[in-house]
Design a protein around this ligand. Structure first.
Ligand code: LLP
Length: 864
C-alpha cells in the first residue's frame, strides 16, 4: 500500500449479544486487529449490553414511579459492575462518569413528565457504557482504541411533518462522505470505538435513531468516512433466501444489490434494518452481514447492482397480520378525485399504505401491522370516515407473500408452475412493485401455513431461484448449522471411483447398479413392524439381478403388463404364482386372461372388464383400485389420482363394481390406492391407509389394503430422506383403529433409485454467450426424467472428483431435442473431452424408460 495515501476505513458493528461477554469482546478484538493488520483504519460501533436498552426504556417510561426508577438503576449498575469484573477492568474507573450521569437523570424532575430530550439522554446511556467498557478492554488487550462520542459526528435533521417524538426518538441523519473528517480522525489513531443508536440535533441535544438504530449508525459512519466496507456482525451467516426458521433449506444470499437487500429487509428479514441501506447506497459503500460465531464465512455482501447478472428470485418472505381495505366507489364511473378522497382519509389517521391494487370502481390497499396498526380503534375510525366516500370492506388477518429479485417481470414465465401452489388458496391481491423488484400475493392468513416452504422449493425446482449460481447463493441454513442426524450418509459410489471409471472405460454410456444397496433398502422396509406384505413395483427397474435380489429379500413383484409378468417369472422362476401382483391400467382382455392363467393376483380399476369380460373372473379373488380424489407426487405427471387422472375407479362407481363382481362370482378380497410417486411426507400413507380402511368397512369380505408405492428418495441436497421409523409409526396409528386388515405396500423407486448411477463420457464442450455446455455421449434416450419431469439428478465429474467445482455448466446429451438436458446450472470442475460424468440416483425409471430415439442405443446395464 502507498504510505502517502490515507488508508481505507472499515466500519464494524456489533449488537447487544456480541458485547455482553468477554469471549465476544475477544472476537471483536480479533476482527478489528485483522483489519488493522491489513492496513485499514477501523471504527467499531456498538450497541448497549443486551437487555440494557429495555431497562433504560423502563426508566424513561416510569413517570411518577420514582421507586421503580431507582430499582432499575440498581440493576443497570450491578450488570455493568459484573461486566467490568468479567473483563478484569479496575472497578468503577472508566464507567464512573456515566453512572453519575445515570444517577442525575434518574432523580431529574423531568422524569415525572417523561420529557422527550430527557428520555433521549436516558436511552443513550447504554451505548455510552458499553463503548467505554470496550475501549478500556481493547486497550488493555494491546489494541489501542480511541473512544469517540458519536454525537460529535452525527447531526440529526428534522424531516418535514415529523412529530416531536420522531425528532427525539426516531431521528434521521443526512450523511455524505466527509474527507476532511476522515483525514482528521486518521491523524488521531487507527482503531476507534463509538456508540450506535444516537446522534445530536441542531440544538446540541441528544437524539435517538429508533429501531435498528445501531445498524443505521454504522451505515451513517460508513457513509461519512466513505468506508471500504461496513460490516454488520450478528448471530447468523447473513441474509437468507427465506426465513431459515421456517425453511431450513433456505440458501445464504452471498451477494445482493442495495435495492434487493432493501426489499428483503423491508418485507420480512430481521437480520438487517431496512433503514441502514440508503445511507450506504447513496455513498456507494458496500455493506456486509457476517456471523460473529463463524468469522470464516464471507456472509452476505451488499453493493451496487451487477450489470447483466442473470435475473433470479433472491428471496421469498411472508408478513403476517396484514389488513386489507377494499374500497368500492359509490360514485360514477371515472369519478374524478376518488383516489385523492380516499387517500386523504388515510393521511388524516396517520396510516401509511403499503400495497395498492386498483380497478375502475375499486381500490384495495394493505396496511402493515408493524408500522400502522398499533391501535385498532384507528381502523374503526378510518372505516367510518371512508364510508362517506365509498363502500368499505376490511379483510383481515391476511398474509403477504413476497418474491424479491431484480428483473421480476422477465422471470414471470418461470413462475407458471410455482404459482400453481396457490391452487387451493384464496388470493385477495397481487401486486408487482413499480421498481420491478417484487411480486406480492396477499392471501388469508389461515391459508398461509406451509406455503413459504413449498414455494421456496418450487422456485428452486423451476430455477426461478437460481440456487446453483455461486455468484448469488451460498450454502443452505441446514448445511451451515444443522448437526449430525439430518445429514445424509455418503452414497456408495463415492468410495468406488476406480471401479466405476474402469467400467466406464469398458463401455459408455452405462448404468451401474449396486445390488447391495437394493437389498439393504429391501431389508430396511421389511424391518418395519406394521406392514404385512411388500411388493416391488418392477416398472422402476426390471434388471434381472435386481428382481432376484428383491425376491430373495422376501418381496413379491408387482407388474403392470403381461411382458413385465413374463420377464419377472423368467427372472425368478421359483417364486410362487401368488407372489406376482398384476396391476395394469387399460390393458387388453388377453393380458388379464394370461395373468389369471399364470396364477397371479389381479387388480382391476375400471367397470369395463367386469361389464364385458365378467366370466373371466368367476371364482377368482380380485383387488379393486379406487381413486381417492387427489393425486400426489414430485411432478404433475406422476400424480395418479383425482378427476383428471385415468387411474382408479371413481368412488361413486364402487357400488356398481360390487354388484358386477357379485353377479360374476368374483370376490373383492382387497382395496388398492396409489396416488402418485416421489412422496417424502409420511402423512400421505397414513391418510391413504385410513381412507381405504374406512371404505373397506362398507365391504363384507375385504381382507387386504394395498396403499401403493410412491416412497420418495431425496434428489436435491436440501431434501430430507423419508423417515422410515416415522412411516411405521404413522401406519401403526391406523392399524390400531383397523386391526382386521392386512396392509401391503408396493414401492418401486425407494428400492432402486439410489442403487443406480449413469456413467457418460464427455464428447464436446461449448461456450455460447454466458452459457457453458458440457456434452456427453447419452441424454434423454437413456435418462428422460430431467426432460419429462424437470427431475434433478446430482451430477459429478468422476474423473475429476474432489477438484474444486468452479464452473457453471449446462449438462446436455447428443439428442436432437432442446429438452435433451441432464442438468442445468451445475457446478463442476472444468471438464475435458473424455472425462466421465456420473449422474446419480438413476436406478429408478432410468433404463426402464429409455428409448432408441435418434437411433442412439440407450446405456447398457451392469450390476456390481
Ligand atoms: N404402484 C403403482 C400402481 C404404480 O403405478 C407405481 C408407479 C408404483 C406402485 C411405484 O411407485 P414408486 O414407489 O416407484 O414411486 N416415471 C416416474 C414415476 C412413475 C411411477 C408410475 N407408477 C418417475 O420417474 O418419477
Amino acid at each position: 500500500m502507498n504510505p502517502l495515501l490515507p488508508s481505507g476505513w472499515v466500519v464494524v458493528k456489533f449488537g447487544g449479544t456480541s458485547v455482553s461477554t468477554r469471549p465476544r469482546w475477544d472476537t471483536i478484538r480479533h476482527i478489528a486487529a485483522d483489519w488493522k493488520a491489513k492496513g485499514k483504519r477501523v471504527l467499531i460501533v456498538v450497541s448497549a449490553l443486551s437487555g440494557i436498552t429495555d431497562k433504560l426504556k423502563a426508566i424513561a417510561e416510569s413517570k411518577a414511579d420514582a421507586a421503580r426508577r431507582a430499582a432499575v438503576r440498581d440493576e443497570i449498575v450491578a450488570r455493568h459492575a459484573a461486566m467490568t469484573a468479567e473483563l478484569d477492568l479496575a472497578e468503577g474507573a472508566p464507567l464512573a462518569p456515566w453512572l453519575e450521569r445515570l444517577d442525575a437523570l434518574v432523580t431529574d424532575p423531568r422524569a415525572t413528565t417523561a420529557e422527550l430530550p430527557w428520555q433521549a439522554d436516558v436511552l443513550a446511556l447504554g451505548e455510552m457504557l458499553s463503548s467505554t467498557l470496550g475501549a478500556a478492554y481493547l486497550g488493555a488487550g494491546g489494541l489501542p482504541t480511541g473512544w469517540l462520542d458519536a454525537r460529535d459526528y452525527l447531526l440529526a435533521r428534522a424531516i418535514p411533518n415529523q412529530s416531536a417524538w420522531g425528532r427525539y426518538l426516531s431521528a434521521s441523519v443526512p450523511t455524505a462522505p466527509d474527507p476532511a473528517l476522515a483525514a482528521r480522525l486518521a491523524a488521531q489513531g487507527e482503531v476507534f470505538i463509538t456508540q450506535g443508536f444516537m446522534a445530536r440535533n441542531e440544538a446540541g441535544e441528544t437524539v435517538i435513531l429508533g429501531r435498528g438504530g445501531s445498524d443505521t449508525s454504522a451505515a451513517y459512519f460508513g457513509a461519512l468516512l466513505k468506508a471500504e466496507v461496513v460490516e454488520i456482525w450478528t448471530d447468523v451467516a447473513g441474509m437468507f433466501s427465506a426465513n431459515p426458521r421456517v425453511v431450513t433449506g433456505a440458501r445464504l444470499l452471498s451477494r445482493l444489490d442495495y435495492e434487493e437487500a432493501q426489499e428483503i429487509a423491508t418485507t420480512g428479514a430481521k437480520v438487517l434494518h431496512p433503514r441502514c441501506l440508503s445511507p450506504v447506497r447513496e455513498a456507494g459503500v458496500p455493506l456486509a452481514v457476517r456471523d460473529t460465531n463463524r468469522p470464516e464465512l464471507p456472509g452476505t455482501q451488499i453493493g451496487a447492482a451487477v450489470p447483466n447478472a442473470a435475473p433470479s428470485i433472491k428471496a421469498i418472505s411472508e408478513r403476517r397480520g396484514i389488513t386489507l381495505i377494499s374500497m368500492e366507489s359509490i360514485g360514477m364511473w371515472q369519478q374524478v378525485g376518488f383516489l385523492a378522497d380516499v387517500f386523504e382519509r388515510f393521511k388524516r389517521h396517520g396510516l401509511s399504505i403499503d400495497l395498492i391494487g386498483s380497478a375502475e370502481t375499486n381500490v384495495t390497499v394493505s396496511l402493515d401491522p408493524t408500522e400502522n396498526l398499533v391501535d385498532s380503534d384507528v381502523l374503526a375510525a378510518l372505516a367510518a370516515d371512508l364510508a362517506e366516500v365509498c363502500r368499505v370492506k376490511v379483510i383481515a388477518p391476511c398474509t403477504a407473500v413476497t418474491l424479491v429479485g431484480r428483473g421480476m417481470r422477465s422471470l414471470l414465465p418461470r413462475l407458471a408452475g410455482v404459482l400453481g401452489e396457490f391452487d387451493m388458496v384464496r388470493v385477495h391481491l397481487i401486486t408487482q412493485s413499480s421498481n420491478n423488484l417484487n411480486l406480492t400475493l396477499v392471501v388469508d392468513e389461515a391459508a398461509a401455513d406451509g406455503l413459504v416452504p413449498t414455494l421456496h422449493q418450487a422456485l428452486i425446482k423451476a430455477e426461478a431461484l437460481r440456487a446453483e449460481d455461486p455468484a448469488v447463493f451460498g450454502p443452505s441454513w441446514r448445511e451451515l448449522y444443522a448437526q449430525g442426524s439430518a445429514t445424509r450418509t455418503a452414497p456408495w459410489w463415492q468410495t468406488r471411483r476406480t471401479e466405476l471409471l474402469a467400467l466406464a472405460a469398458e463401455g459408455s454410456p452405462r448404468y451401474v447398479y449396486d445390488l447391495a444397496t437394493v437389498r439393504e433398502r429391501a431389508r430396511a422396509l421389511r424391518a418395519l413392524a406394521t406392514p404385512d406384505g411388500w411388493w416391488y413395483a418392477m416398472k422402476a427397474n426390471a434388471q434381472t439381478d435386481v428382481l432376484r435380489g428383491v425376491a430373495a429379500e422376501g418381496l413379491g413383484i408387482e407388474c403392470v403388463s403381461l411382458a413385465e409378468l413374463e420377464v419377472a417369472r423368467a427372472a425368478v422362476p421359483d417364486l410362487p404364482a401368488e407372489r406376482f401382483l398384476f396391476t395394469p391400467n387399460f390393458a387388453p382382455r388377453e393380458e388379464y386372461a394370461a395373468a389369471l392363467a399364470a396364477g397371479a393376483r389381479i387388480t382391476l380399476d375400471n367397470l369395463h372388464p367386469l361389464e364385458h369380460w365378467g366370466a373371466l373372473f368367476t371364482g377368482h379373488d380380485i383387488m379393486l383400485r379406487v381413486d381417492l380424489g387427489v393425486g400426489r407426487g414430485h411432478h404433475d405427471k406422476v400424480k395418479t389420482g383425482g378427476a383428471g387422472s385415468k387411474f382408479g375407479l371413481a368412488l361413486d362407481q364402487v357400488e356398481t363394481f360390487r354388484k358386477l363382481a357379485r353377479e360374476h362370482g368374483a370376490r373383492i378380497a382387497g382395496l388398492h390406492a396409489h396416488l402418485g410417486s416421489g412422496i417424502l411426507d409420511v402423512a400421505h400413507w397414513r391418510e391413504v391407509y385410513a381412507q381405504l380402511a374406512a371404505l373397506a368397512d362398507r365391504f363384507g369380505r375385504v381382507e387386504t389394503l394395498n396403499i401403493g408405492g410412491g416412497l420418495g428418495v431425496p434428489a436435491r441436497p436440501d431434501e430430507t430422506a423419508l423417515d422410515l421409523a416415522a412411516l411405521d409409526a404413522a401406519l401403526a396409528e391406523v392399524r390400531q383403529a383397523y386391526p382386521q386388515y392386512r396392509l401391503w405396500l408396493e414401492p418401486g423407486r425407494y428400492l432402486v433409485a439410489e442403487a443406480g448411477v449413469l456413467l457418460a463420457r464427455v464428447t464436446q464442450l461449448k461456450q455460447k454467450g454466458t452459457f457453458a455446455y458440457v456434452g456427453v455421449d447419452t441424454g434423454m434416450n437413456s435418462l428422460i426424467r430431467p426432460a419429462l419431469y424437470d427431475a434433478w439428478h446430482e451430477i459429478v465429474n468422476l474423473t475429476r472428483f474432489g477438484e474444486p467445482a468452479d464452473t457453471l455448466y449446462q449438462v446436455v446429451g447428443p439428442i436432437c431435442e432442446s429438452g435433451d438436458v441432464l442438468g442445468t446450472n451445475r457446478k463442476l470442475p472444468r471438464c475435458r473431452e473424455g472425462d466421465v460424468l456420473l449422474i446419480a440416483t438413476a436406478g429408478a425409471y432410468g433404463h426402464a424408460m429409455a428409448s432408441h430415439y435418434n437411433r442412439r442405443p440407450p446405456a447398457d446395464e451392469v450390476v456390481v
